[in-house]
Design a protein around this ligand. Structure first.
Ligand SMILES: NC(=O)c1ccc[n+]([C@@H]2O[C@H](COP(=O)([O-])OP(=O)(O)OC[C@H]3O[C@@H](n4cnc5c(N)ncnc54)[C@H](O)[C@@H]3O)[C@@H](O)[C@H]2O)c1
Length: 323
């Protein structure tokens, strides 16, 4: 297979690209290496990929129409796309909203237009997010639930991406699968997310900020389980009319934030200095994935608890940062 992986220098994209290379696929890794977070981390992830046989780097902005459409003639052998490039982060969408429409809406449109121009394309798998469930109070979150009440612009752009994929699948028969990820963590993780932020602060002896006074729950999903889910989805082109489906990829365990912090403290061997703060605008109190459809159709079986996964993240953090 020849697979375009967008966001290949990112957390999830780099793991997925390694998995594809492991099994002998050709990977075209696309990323614009923007400075939303520490670019040296993106460069370090990328250095491991560019050293491998079968990996080609394309430094490009998914929101740039012409160069994105030109990929169809540049790489006519492309038969799969894993579209993970996005402006991520719920909180940042309050301060830089246009970055979200550019990367997540224009970018999604360019990917769909590229897909139209690839006659050999077998499947497009793209990232959505648990945030599309917004303030949903019915738990666990099911792919059957209503998702038209987003509470952040990030969520609205991710939902827009699903609707656009559905429409292109209907109009042009493009097999497409949307994957709603639930709070992913693990080695090479994102510096703007809780596992990384808390670990860094604890090692540096600085306080951690705990929103909604700790009254939050999250379905934390380990990166290896997510990579398995992405590959399983990619290998099963969506059927149906139109051939478009969405799945939840979560751990199917909703963990109390204070328990998550406790497990992290144990893995680090130090207690966190805790500062409690009110709920942040755009945030949701609880997430919990119903994964019945992903289990049934994709054979998705997340196997990693936070008791196992967080020590692995901390081990990577110590090694990478030399602490
Ligand atoms: N990590 C999570 O918990 C989580 C949860 C839900 C959804 N998601 C989604 O999964 C996908 C991957 O997330 P991640 O955690 O790996 O994030 P990430 O930020 O580590 O990776 C995204 C990558 O895309 C690149 N990128 C951003 N805008 C781009 C653009 N305009 N053109 C080209 N490249 C661009 C970035 O440089 C980055 O390397 C995203 O679509 C994100 O919205 C992630």
């Amino acid at each position: 297979m020849t697979v375009l992986v967008t966001g290949a220098a990112g957390f999830i994209g780099s793991h997925v690209a390694h998995r594809l290379l492991d099994r002998g696929d050709e990977v075209i890794g696309l990323d614009d290496l923007n400075a939303y977070y520490d670019v040296t981390l993106k460069d370090a992830r990328l250095a491991q990929l560019t050293a491998r046989k079968g990996f080609t780097l394309v430094r490009e902005d998914v929101g740039a129409k012409e160069p994105m459409l030109a990929l169809a003639t540049r790489f006519p052998a492309l038969d799969r796309i894993v579209h993970l490039a996005a402006q991520a982060g719920v909180r940042h969408s309050l301060t830089d909203p246009h970055a979200y429409t550019h990367a997540n809406v224009e970018g999604q449109l360019n990917i769909l237009e590229l897909a139209r121009r690839l006659p050999g394309l077998k499947h497009l798998a793209y990232a959505s997010s648990s945030s599309v469930y917004g303030g949903n109070t019915k738990l666990p979150f099911s792919v059957e639930d209503r998702v038209d009440l987003p509470v952040s612009l990030y969520a609205a752009t991710k939902r827009a991406g699903e609707l656009m994929a559905h429409c292109y699948s209907h109009l042009y028969g493009i097999p497409a699968t949307g994957l709603r990820f639930f709070t992913v963590y693990g080695p090479w993780g994102r510096p703007d997310m809780s596992a990384y932020l808390f670990t860094k602060a604890i090692f540096e002896g600085r306080p951690i900020t705990i929103f909604n006074h700790g009254d939050m729950k999250r379905d934390f999903t380990y990166i290896d389980d997510i990579a398995n889910g992405v590959i399983a989805a990619l290998d099963r082109p969506a059927g149906g009319t139109p051939p478009h489906t969405v799945y939840n990829l979560g751990n199917h365990r909703s963990e109390a934030l204070m328990h998550f912090i406790h497990v992290l403290e144990q893995a680090i061997g130090r207690e966190a200095i805790k500062e409690f703060a009110p709920m942040q605008p755009g945030d949701v109190k609880e997430t919990y994935a119903d994964i019945a459809a992903s289990q049934r159709d994709l054979g998705f079986e997340p196997a990693t608890s936070i008791e196992t996964g967080l020590p692995q993240f901390v081990a990577w953090y110590r090694d990478y940062h030399g602490v």
